[in-house]
Structure formats: C-alpha cells, structure tokens
Write a new protein. Sequence first.
Length: 210
Amino acid sequence: MDQDRGLPAARVFDALGAAYERAFAESPTHHASLRRLLEHIAPYSRILDVGSGTGRPTARILADAGHDVLGVDVSPVMVDLAARQVPGASFQCADIRELPLEEGSFDAACVYFSLLQMSRDDQSRLLRKLGRLLVPGGHLVVATVPLDVEDVGVDFMGQKVRATSFGADAFTELVAGAGFTVLWQQDDVFTPAYEAAVAEPQLFLHCRRT
C-alpha cells in the first residue's frame, strides 16, 4: 500500500508498540465492559481476543480471572509484547479473517477497536465468522469509533492509516444482522493519553449469539 494511502495495520502497530497500551489501556468504559463480561461467563471459559495488542488490559484481566484466552493480532511486535506481559494467555500472529479456527470452540470473543482498518464488507464478514466460532449463547464484546466514514485518511498517533467505520445505529444493526442480540450498550467519549490526542467517541456493545 502506498504510504500516502496509509500503512497496513501490522506496520502501524509494530511502530506503536507499547505506546498504544499507554494511550488506551486505562479507558474506564473498556474496563467496565470487561467486568460485565466476567459477570456473564462461566468459569474457565475459552475466549478469543481479536486484535489483542500488548495483551493489556483485555487478555491480562481475562486470564487473571482464570479463563483460557487466545489473542490474535497481525503485529509481530504486539504479539511478542503480549506473550511476555501475559504469560497466562496464548497469542498468535495472524490475520483473524484468514485464520482457520474450529466453529463453536469459544465461549466469548472480544473485539476492541480492531475493525477500524477493515473494509465494511470485511467487518460484516468477520462478525459473522465470530458468530460461527462461538457456542450457542456465546458472548461478544465489541467496541468501535461510531463515525460514518469509509476509507478516510487519519493521522493516528503519528502513523498514517485508512479508517472505516459506521455510525452508532448502523453498527448496532450490523452486529444484530450477524446473528447477535445486543444486551448492553455504552457510549463514551475518551481522550487517549498521548501528546496531541483529541477526545474521540466510542461505542461498546455486549452481545449474545442468538
């Protein structure tokens, strides 16, 4: 991909490394969504963390609670950081869209802001894939930036990226159309902890496979 068009996700997050964790890991709504998930899943659940980053906070909190966590991320740097920081979870460097996983093999899945560099079609296909990977009644926690934008250039923490998303209502409809019932929704405005950061809208959904 031409640099003016934005870097692929793996190169962006290789460059950001631990800086991404410092900027975003303390989001109160992110932590609240994880606490809510923990209240609704059985002990020793099998959980898929899509776009697992450095492993913190998501994989760390879930693994510390005794769950079997598989984190998947396209960034080798992030996967290396996560494996060192969260030895109680497993991590794999792969594109979740292409990774073969057994259907019905997870009790829950987390997707925190990892859809934003995918096309709208890929976001829809991935949500449907996650529905197949979950057991009936399995839980999905997904978060995005709810803006109606498609393939727009963004300067993200000094990295050129292309971003695609949906407005809040359209995203909720997309998730429901992939076979999920939305149980809980939280809208937030969060300012990441890095220089020149601006407040961004965030949408968190807790869903169940129907």
